[in-house]
Design a binder for this molecule. Sequence first.
Ligand SMILES: Nc1ncnc2c1ncn2[C@@H]1O[C@H](COP(=O)(O)OP(=O)(O)OP(=O)(O)O)[C@@H](O)[C@H]1O
Length: 609
Amino acid sequence: MTSQISARLARLRRGYSLLLRLLWACSPAWTVAGVVTSLLQAVAAIGVMIGSGRLLQSLVDGDLDRLWLTVTLVSLLVQPVATAAIDVVGSVEQGRATPLLLERVATLASRPHGIEHLEDADVRQSIDAAIEEINQQYFLGVQSTWQVLGYRLWGLAALGVLAAWSWWVALLALAGTSLLNLTWSAYSQQIFEDIFRDRTRRRSTWYRNLLVDHESAKEIRLFGLTDFGLARMTATWREAMVVIWEGRRLKRRPIWFALVLMFAAYAVALSALAHDAWVGAISTAVLLSSAQALVQLEGLGMLGDNQTMVNRQMALLLDLDDLDARLPASTPASDGVGHGAAAVSLRGVRFTYPGRTEPTFDGLDLDIAPGSSVAVVGANGAGKSTLIKLLCGLHRPESGTVLVDGGDPGVDDRLRRRVAVIFQEFVRYQLPLRDNVALALLADRLDGSRGPDVEAAAARALHDAVGDPVLRRVGSWDRVLSAEYDGGTDLSGGQWQRVALARALAAVDAGAGVLVLDEPTAALDVRAEAELFDSFLEVTRGMTTILVSHRLSSVRHAERIVVLDHGRIVEDGTHEELVAHGGRYARMFALQAERFAMAGAGASEEAAS
Ligand SMILES: Nc1ncnc2c1ncn2[C@@H]1O[C@H](COP(=O)(O)OP(=O)(O)OP(=O)(O)O)[C@@H](O)[C@H]1O
């Protein structure tokens, strides 16, 4: 119990210190201004409480006290101005906090060298929840912090005034107010956790997104799934909420209890005040000041939504801090890395996906000489994409080594950029055509500058990727490849694939020494893919190239073909060698050629030629 309390207190302390650091990061000047204004508001509150008491006393005595009149009026003037000024500070800093927080989430998510953390459900949940929370409290989090600080100082001022009359009444009223505050905080924290950390609602959110997302829109309509989606969304939502509602109901009970106690504490305090006034133990001035102070002690109370927002803000900062501690640190980049074609070497590689017991690879060896072209083929699930992810350091092997240019791309950013990969699900950047192609060249140009060299490299790469018609169709290098932007345009699947290929080729200008195509051409027909791979091998001659495909006819011109089966290399040689060998590759090749012949696609001639 004691350790639980001290852990909670330590977390609270850390939360407040993170909150303070956030305010300071927003603006040191505005933070100082906010503190000064809040103090001013508290002083004005004291001025009103004491001043009005003394003023009334002088009026009762029939001798108007001009000094206290002035103090009261000035305080009455300062108080609303200070309150408004605190709001201004809050809104200015809120505007700065939101981008700072979003930047922090983005930096944390991209800090680790690999992508394993993004496949970890807990980390994903924390990142998604943080973004949702930042967007939710867009106009409230920091602003409420300032308002709460102002109220708290105001409340402290009231406590001081009350204690000047009776310390025990001050303590009693403080206890009543604080108890309510604590129970309310626990309740609002519960609501926050329900909403932002609860995983059971994820399914419902998923159904909602399915109904509104552009990507799923086609299938939802074609399969007539709208009503099904709506029903599942509501049902899964209710399923999750029933548990949540019950949790809230239970947490609400202490609030009722605290309210009764607070009522009792205030009743005793007011009775004591009335008693002292009745027996003449206190003056009119003290009576009025203390009565006001008792009411204004609510500044130390629960403060409803404002306090909830501060709690949420603090919980968000603590979550981000915990995530920071949990994620691996970034790894330093080496200074000088090689140029030209790179060598690739995998030795004794063992790798198991998180959550799986069977390793995808166990003792894999593969050496690729600089400047050679290798095709990796194999059935679905053989391990082709995993091999590529290990090769570019997105995943780390449990044991064994993966080396590019003799170094580990799994720990070195610069080394990883020696490998340019276009995956099957390559990204369609909502950027101008030029940037979509020359992306690798832009990585170091943080100022956004685009010299003629960039355009020349993009033009060269697009031409080599047989993508000149794409440029003609788009009309300008500056046109954004997304219809969601004014003047933007979308491309067909095949045109996007040319752009993606060009992106890999342009990466050579940025220092890439290994080019990998992991089936980005799957949407093309066999003949088009074969032609594209052939021309790709032609323009990348002298580079280290790795082609991954199901279609054996597409990659047969690679200098070497590696056949993967259940994570093992079962055959390795040229097309001719493997066909002559009469093993798995030869059988797969013959089968595919036969299918194409039967389909009348003319692919058999192509495969056999
Ligand atoms: N993120 C993941 N988590 C768990 N297992 C995975 C993950 N990705 C792939 N696998 C499993 O690892 C094995 C190898 O998958 P991989 O994607 O490398 O195969 P592939 O040869 O590229 O298949 P395909 O031709 O279908 O793309 C498969 O059994 C697959 O189910």
